[in-house]
Ligand binder design. Structure first.
Ligand code: ATP
Length: 353
């Protein structure tokens, strides 16, 4: 069975701690993405699963078997490296078959599995080419085929899309996701790109300073972030300092009172104050000569428009589908007074820990 468990997995380098007791349970067929800023410990975690780095403490369990002390080749994992790491002098087919040859799989069986893996990534026509005769996207698919061909219990992807241009990135991302689902591959992926993680993963693990801050579906993290770091890292978020003041009212540091979700303010752990978290797309902006908000800039982005606003001295950003040409909001310009509103439920109060 392709399950993967991390149990208190830790890596220290002298005094420094790169990964601090990560626990994680990945189900058969699930794609989980490790997401976080540079240096948060994502790659170190992935490499401990692959067996390239030995944990200082904790266990890595694949399919119920403790593999913590096993070398990479004995772990039943297939890894796709960020750089693809293809052998430049070997054909596409030989690159894909390399792992099978190492495992002493016979010629006929090897050819059959290479052909099948190349078909899966739609490269059967290019089997005899050398890596340098392929586009970036094609090289990336060779790397995928090479990892798939050994039918690993766990599939490991290190920033799989980072070497592709923006257009190709979403295309290849969807392709990998489709393949992963179709084959039911248990997958752990590393990325610092939140769009990539949101689009591909069943669950995301947000890390900071070697620790897991929150694990959940894209919707869990976006709608119910556990803390302000997650709120700010997954999608854009306006975070406003202040404190609760009764049910449904948040007092901004600047003194202005604004609405917030009533349940959120009822939390006793808000003693030290909190931050109001509100997504740009949940904020409504309307022209209003008596409005207390002020428009600092309007950015027309085609399908959507961004409004940079001043709310009682606090800079906030709102975004909406670009209004139709006859909508009065289309005439808004920097300096205009505006009314800024949101439904209370859209604004969650996140306590300061
Ligand atoms: P990036 O997205 O930049 O690759 P990351 O989240 O993958 O970042 P890691 O590469 O896992 O982060 O590194 C986590 C921390 O451990 C960093 O602070 C890094 O400097 C440190 N670190 C990694 N490898 C070593 C090493 N061999 N010796 C000492 N410190 C290391």
């Amino acid at each position: 069975m392709g399950t993967l468990q991390l149990d208190g997995v830790t890596k220290r380098y002298g005094e420094a701690i790169a990964v601090a007791g990560v626990d994680l349970d990945i189900r058969q067929g699930e794609l989980v993405a490790l997401l976080g800023p540079s240096g948060c410990g994502k790659t170190t975690t992935l490499r401990m699963v692959a067996g390239f780095i030995e944990p200082t403490a904790g266990r890595v369990v694949i399919g119920g078997r403790d593999v913590t002390r096993l070398p990479p080749y004995a772990r039943d994992t297939g890894m796709v490296f960020q750089s693809y790491a293809l052998f430049p002098h070997m054909s596409v087919a030989d690159n894909v078959g390399f792992g099978l040859e190492m495992r002493k799989v016979g010629r006929a069986e090897r050819d059959r599995r290479i052909a099948e893996a190349l078909r899966l990534v739609r490269l059967d026509a290019l089997a005899d080419r050398l890596p340098r005769q392929l586009s970036g996207g094609q090289q990336q698919r060779v790397a995928l085929a090479r990892a798939l061909v050994v039918s690993p219990a766990v599939f490991l992807l290190d920033e799989p899309l980072s070497n592709l241009d923006a257009k190709l990135r979403s295309e290849v991302g969807l392709e990998i996701r489709e393949l992963q689902k179709r084959l039911g591959l248990t997958t752990l992926m590393v990325t610092h790109d939140q769009d990539e993680a949101l689009a591909m993963a069943d669950r995301l693990v947000v890390m900071e300073h070697g620790r897991v801050l929150q694990v959940g579906s894209a919707e869990d993290l976006y709608e119910r972030p556990a803390n302000t770091f997650v709120a700010g890292f997954v999608g854009r978020c306006n975070l406003l300092d202040g404190a609760r003041e009764g049910a449904g009212v948040f007092r901004l540091a600047s003194g202005a009172a604004v609405p917030c979700a009533p349940d959120a303010t009822a939390r006793s752990d808000l003693a030290k104050g909190g931050q109001l978290a509100i997504r740009p797309e949940r904020i409504e902006v309307a022209p209003d000569p008596a409005g207390t908000g002020r428009l600092r800039a309007v950015t027309y982005l085609g399908a959507r428009t961004e409004y940079h606003l001043d709310l009682a001295g606090e800079p906030i950003v709102a975004v909406s589908p670009t209004p139709l040409p006859d909508d009065p909001r289309r005439r808004l310009v920097a300096g205009d007074p505006v009314r800024i509103t949101w439904t209370p439920d859209a604004a969650r109060v996140i306590p300061i820990p």
